[in-house]
Structures are given as C-alpha cells and as structure tokens.
Design a binder for this molecule. Structure first.
Ligand code: FAD
Length: 117
C-alpha cells in the first residue's frame, strides 16, 4: 500500500501511539496531527499534580514525541471531515488533504508548526 497523507485527529495517547507506530512502519507517511490542547497530557498524573506531589508541568507530554518523528502538529480542533473528498476543516477554517487544496494545506501546516504559545 502506498502511503501519502494521513490526518490524525486528537493528541491523546491513542493518537500519539498511532502516529509514532505508523511513522516506524511507513516512514514516508506524511502525518498531520490536529490537537486543540496546548499540550498532550499524562492523565493519570493529574491527581498527583493536584495533590502537590509533583510539579504540574510533569503532567504535560513533550510535543517532540510526535514532532521529532516528523509529524506536523496543528493546534486546532477539526470541525468537519469529508471522507469522500479526503478533506478536513479546522476551527480556523483551514484544512484539506489530497485535494486540490493540498498546496494551501501544506502552507497552513508550515505556519502552524509547534512553537511557544
Ligand atoms: C484524571 C484522569 C486519570 C486517569 N488515569 C488513568 C490511569 O491511571 N490509567 C489508565 O489506564 N487510564 C487513566 N485515565 C484514562 C486515560 O487517560 C484514557 O483512557 C486515555 O486518555 C484515552 O486515550 P485516547 O487517546 O483514546 O483519548 P483522549 O486521551 O481522550 O484523547 C482524545 C484527543 O482527541 C482530541 N479531539 C477530540 N475531538 C477533536 C476534534 N474535533 N479535533 C481535534 N482533536 C479532537 C482531544 O482534544 C484529545 O486530544 C485517566 C483519565 C483521567 C481524565
């Protein structure tokens, strides 16, 4: 199977594991992850952070978990998915994959590479 572009919606444990595993199996896959949160989180650590047993920052997973393997991370919520046209739209009104919009999508993804917020 030829693998080109993949959109992963979400940045939880399933999304991270899927993206990293797919990159390992198909390094040529172009993966774009949409995640509305500023950080992926270690949920089971939240009660301990609330209790003050360790720093709240320890609850955050580093974005590098996905960006270092070549996943484009877009901090946006997906608002619609068109499976027929293979097109997604985020809450900024941008999106697209394997469509005539692809050039715009790549430009959009480049501008939304992770960085300080
Ligand atoms: C406080 C707490 C403690 C927990 N402790 C444990 C534990 O000790 N052991 C254990 O096994 N489990 C624990 N869990 C449960 C565990 O965190 C979940 O089972 C796990 O997070 C599920 O992973 P997931 O990737 O399937 O979904 P989620 O972690 O729910 O991730 C879903 C992702 O999809 C994103 N998303 C949803 N809609 C959209 C959209 N339209 N566009 C873009 N992104 C979208 C969300 O923003 C999120 O990033 C705990 C959960 C909580 C809240």
């Amino acid at each position: 199977m030829k693998m080109r572009s993949v959109v992963v919606i979400g940045g939880g444990p399933a999304a991270i594991t899927f993206s990293r595993t797919l990159k390992k199996l198909k390094p040529e896959a172009e993966i774009t992850m949409f995640r509305p949160e500023a950080h992926s989180m270690v949920y089971c650590a939240i009660p301990y952070a609330i209790e003050g047993l360790f720093e709240p920052s320890k609850v955050f997973k580093p974005d590098e978990l996905v960006t270092e393997v070549g996943v484009d991370l877009i901090r946006r919520k997906v608002v619609s998915v068109d499976f027929k046209d293979k097109h997604v739209v985020d809450d900024a009104g941008c999106g697209g994959i394997e469509s005539q919009d692809r050039g715009r999508q790549e430009e959009h993804a480049r501008h939304r590479r992770p960085g300080p917020q």
